[in-house]
Design a binder for this molecule. Structure first.
Ligand SMILES: C[S@@+](CC[C@H](N)C(=O)[O-])C[C@H]1O[C@@H](n2cnc3c(N)ncnc32)[C@H](O)[C@@H]1O
Length: 249
């Protein structure tokens, strides 16, 4: 096993693969007015599919869940089966960089905690090729919530150089000719309940088992570090849900 395998044993086993909650998915979806009765939705970077299932329940439409990891596709399918909504689920195991759908394919395009893999601006530009005019886009993205973060925190976030403040993210949305609908900060408990709390339990279980495997211990150390940064500095950063509309021509 290499470091990625150990990484997936932690991050791939959590209820969600990032901060979020059904309440936030519902709030963002509720901002989308005048969508068809059975919308066609693309969920980019679906992870274990918690928000995919919620979208299937909320929309009554079809959701195409895309992720490049087979593990995540399997977990999404299984979660949809458990929730008895799998008939309306389609899945696609694909690198999001390779997405190539015909124009006007989707009424709604969704991405919770995953658009950063394309880059915020690049991703929103790409999505414009597939969303219908008058359709909606909702993405959650890491942002600075207040100025002057401590140096150690800035260093930590260097792994994601596109982190920026909300105004600059909104300026990107405007520059791509989307209409802003609304944005809101994900509450701190959305980082904990289905993400950091189960992660801490898993770390505690794996510490002994992996104690003689340096690359596995490195994964655990990085996870502990990430949680410590959150505990100390979550007032400086967070995830913001941005909901926007691609205007009718
Ligand atoms: C932080 S997780 C968020 C998952 C899920 N939306 C959630 O909130 O629980 C990011 C997801 O994007 C997927 N991903 C990362 N890079 C990708 C890529 N290039 N193409 C497709 N999926 C990717 C990962 O496998 C992971 O499931």
């Amino acid at each position: 096993m290499d470091k990625m395998d150990y990484f997936l044993e932690i991050y791939g086993a959590l209820p969600r693969a990032g901060p979020g909650s059904n309440e936030c998915t519902k709030r963002a979806f509720g901002l989308m007015k005048d969508i068809p009765e059975s919308p066609r939705i693309l969920d980019i970077g679906c992870g274990p599919g918690v928000q995919t299932v919620e979208l299937l329940k909320l929309s009554g439409g079809k959701v195409l869940a895309l992720d490049f990891l087979p593990l995540m596709i399997e977990r999404t399918k299984s979660n949809a089966e458990i929730a008895k909504v799998s008939k309306r689920l389609e899945v696609l195991q694909q690198d999001m960089n390779q997405m190539a759908f015909p124009p006007n394919s989707f009424d709604v395009i969704w991405s919770e905690g995953a658009i950063y893999n394309l880059g915020f601006e690049n991703g929103l530009r790409k999505i414009k090729n597939f969303v219908k005019p008058g359709g909606y886009v909702a993405v959650s993205e890491a942002v600075w919530l207040k100025p002057n973060p401590p140096d150690s925190l800035v260093d930590f976030w260097k792994q994601y150089p596109e982190i920026d403040n909300v105004d600059n993210k909104l300026a990107v949305i405007d520059s791509l000719d989307y209409q802003q609908v609304e944005h809101f900060v994900l509450p701190d408990d959305t980082w904990i309940a289905e993400y950091y709390a189960p992660m801490e339990d898993l770390i505690a279980r794996k510490e002994k088992e992996w104690s003689a495997i340096p690359e596995a211990m490195e994964v655990l150390k990085e996870a502990v570090n990430e949680i410590e940064f959150f505990r100390k500095y979550s007032s400086y950063y967070g995830y913001v849900f941005f909901v926007m509309r691609y205007p009718d021509a």
